[in-house]
Ligand binder design. Structure first.
Ligand code: ATP
Length: 235
């Protein structure tokens, strides 16, 4: 089957001269959960930014479901939902309204039934009229996911979805991400946590200093290295 996301020779040199990506090749399969592991500064956020059109690549090509990002940025972006690292959202907004608004940003028709379905799938329906600022940290994260799903993308990027959250909330997020995959969304998440990749991913990629140094089926990787060695080897 054709990959849903195809990245070839992706390079990014910032104006400072720093080479954040040095020729990354990566194909993402439709329906998989792909975990991209890497230390601080490895290039994870730059890679996501390039795919989402937030960072202008200095080399290489990106195709989202056959759509070239450079030729049709909007067309490619419409297929992608992005959950950023920071909890940046309008805290004074109400939950359902902010999701409907995000949908509108992509030129999608107002469709209360879609918003309802998304909120229900994230157990946010009871909170639909709540102000975001009144929600717990876990619920705020769910709102960010709901916003990212508002325009019904095929691919969901989660940039360090559980950075700085407690163990219970991390498990909660993992369960939710698993449910989204069961609904057919292809998921790419970046993480510093090997446990997160172990728990969630079908395949694991490791990026370091702007280079993808390994891509492997999770089962094969853990089978080959054993859990402890994998942890030592990857982090
Ligand atoms: P983290 O896990 O800390 O979020 P990361 O793997 O997401 O790190 P990036 O944020 O992609 O890494 O950064 C990759 C490298 O590019 C880092 O060395 C970073 O300092 C550098 N970098 C990122 N953004 C810029 C920028 N706008 N200008 C110059 N250098 C940048």
């Amino acid at each position: 089957m054709k990959p849903i996301l195809s990245i070839k020779g992706l390079a990014k040199t910032y104006a400072s001269g720093h080479q954040a990506l040095k020729g990354v090749d990566l194909d993402i399969r439709r329906g998989e959960i792909f975990a991209l592991l890497g230390p601080n500064g490895a290039g994870k956020t730059t890679l996501i930014g390039a795919v989402c059109g937030l960072v202008r690549a200095t080399g290489g090509t990106i195709e989202v479901d056959g759509v070239d990002v450079r030729a049709d940025w909007r067309g490619a972006r419409a297929r992608i939902g992005l959950v950023p690292q920071e909890l940046a959202t309008d805290m004074f907004e109400h939950v359902a309204h902010t999701v409907a608004f995000s949908r509108g940003l992509f030129g999608k028709p107002k469709d209360p039934a879609v918003v309802e379905r998304i909120l229900k799938s994230l157990s946010l329906w009871d909170k639909r009229d709540a102000k975001i600022m009144a929600l717990s940290g876990g619920m705020k994260r769910r709102v960010l996911i709901a916003k990212a799903l508002a325009h019904e993308p095929d691919i969901l990027f989660l940039d360090e979805p559980t950075a700085g959250v407690d163990v219970e909330l991390r498990r909660d997020m993992w369960e939710m991400i698993g449910k989204l995959r069961d609904q057919g969304v292809t998921i790419i998440l970046t993480t510093h946590y090997i446990e997160e990749a172990e728990e969630m991913a079908d395949r694991i990629g490791v990026i370091d200093k702007g280079q993808l140094i390994l891509v492997e089926e999770k089962a094969e990787l853990l089978g080959r290295l054993g859990k402890q060695e994998a942890i030592v080897g990857l982090t």
